[in-house]
Write a protein that binds this ligand. Structure first.
Ligand SMILES: [Zn+2]
Length: 399
């Protein structure tokens, strides 16, 4: 073996890193941390401004993270366009990830019990400052709905509260996960993937979803596409995707759908239900995932499902209005078991890390879901691209 000087340098560096990991100094930090941080602050409707703030002090339970990237969520787009949460001025971005550059002396492990060291890549989940029990990893009793998350907090005198920034201060009481074994694209996709891990867990409670189930997924935006990838990764082979856009249906095949149905090719629900049945070789679906926010799509989906089948409705992240169904034909006569799903729990977050590794191992190109990457300075453009419904997942990626 040829040991040259660069090998030796690498070995020395590794040994030094390990030593640092073994006995972290109080308030350990890595390299030089700039004296100011930059935050994309939403200061008005459709207007982000890059603000510069002094780098805050890192308390004994806090972690300073250098942000690497953050996905743009539909929630960010709603807030950008209409401020429905009344948060302006606000530092948005909740699908973020980055590298720990400084940590308080009390910080030792992540929320799953994994050690934390300077240089580790992390994500945050919900903040349960007022309910410390729920930050325990094995408690699965509450989903994140209604909890605080970074990126949807009111502004305060620290300002580093969202992931659309170059630094974020993760305060004590937050849930943090060490995800150093995932690449950047995978880490940006954790939050939306957790939504689907939760939905599939909800679906499993019906007892109807099995390896050989015929499963229809309606809606091929990021949510529906990730749903297909999860079903495929867990070994479900017989998947039909329904959408109105040929490009998205092609993507559905990449994620593992065997057959696709474009609803624009079929006039009326009878014809559409017939096409789904044909795609399954003459059978109705055993189980359906409804992944659109359209009330008509909710009304339609019952027609795809066999007697005794199941449905998971997860498309209505926000109030999308009322949907009409016929309780006799759609639910009673068919004896359909329905579950709803909204956001995720802490446990789902940890399951998601393993899913991302398995999906990669079986060759599903999940990273292709990120169709647009913008630097922080172009955040207004990134949000406009999202509003125009161009591409799939849009991300802010720092240099
Ligand atoms: Zn989100």
């Amino acid at each position: 073996m040829d040991i040259n000087s660069s090998n030796i340098e690498a070995i020395v560096r590794q040994v030094l890193t390990e030593m640092k990991g073994a006995s972290p100094a109080p308030s350990a930090s890595a390299g030089s941390i700039p004296s100011t941080a930059h935050v994309a602050m939403l200061t008005g409707l459709e207007k982000f401004e890059i603000k510069e703030y002094p780098m805050p002090a890192v308390g004994d339970d806090d972690i300073l993270v250098r942000v690497e990237g953050c996905g743009v969520c539909g929630t960010d787009a709603h807030e950008f366009k209409r401020d429905p949460f009344g948060l302006i001025p606000v530092a948005l971005g909740h699908e973020g990830t980055g590298e720990m550059v400084k940590m308080g002396k009390n910080v030792q492990k992540d929320s799953a019990g994994k050690p934390l060291t300077i240089g580790d890549k992390v994500v945050t989940c919900m903040i349960f400052k007022d309910n410390p029990d729920i930050t325990m990893f094995d408690l699965n009793k509450q989903n994140v709905g209604g909890a605080d998350v970074y990126g949807l907090l009111p502004d305060d005198d620290i300002h580093l509260n969202g992931w659309f920034s170059d630094y974020i201060l993760v305060r004590g009481g937050s849930t943090v996960f060490n995800v150093s074994d995932l690449d950047l694209d995978s880490r940006i996709l954790i939050e939306p993937c957790a939504v689907l891990i939760h939905a599939v867990e909800r679906a499993k409670t019906t007892g109807i979803l099995r390896f050989n189930s015929r499963v229809v997924v309606q809606g091929c935006g990021p949510i529906g596409l990730i749903c297909i990838a999860i079903l495929r990764t867990m070994g479900i082979e017989n998947i039909v995707a329904v959408d109105g856009e040929a490009k998205r249906l092609e993507f559905a095949k990449l994620m593992g759908a065997d057959h696709v149905v474009n609803f624009k090719d079929h006039k009326g629900i009878e014809a559409l239900a017939g096409a789904v049945k044909t795609a399954f070789g003459g059978y109705e679906a055993d189980f359906a995932f409804q992944c659109t926010g359209s009330p008509i799509a909710h009304s339609n989906i019952y027609k795809f499902i066999r007697n005794g089948g199941g449905l998971c409705e997860l498309g209505f992240f926000i109030n999308g209005g009322d949907a009409t169904i016929n309780p006799h034909f759609d639910i009673c006569a068919k004896e359909i078991t329905t579950v709803g799903s909204w956001v995720y729990t802490l446990r789902d977050y940890a399951t998601t890390f393993d899913f991302l590794k398995r999906a990669k191992a079986i060759g599903l190109p999940l990273e292709k879901l990120i169709t647009h990457k913008y630097p922080l300075e172009q955040i207004n453009e990134a949000l406009q691209t999202n509003l125009k419904m161009e591409g799939l997942k849009i991300a802010i990626v720092n240099k």
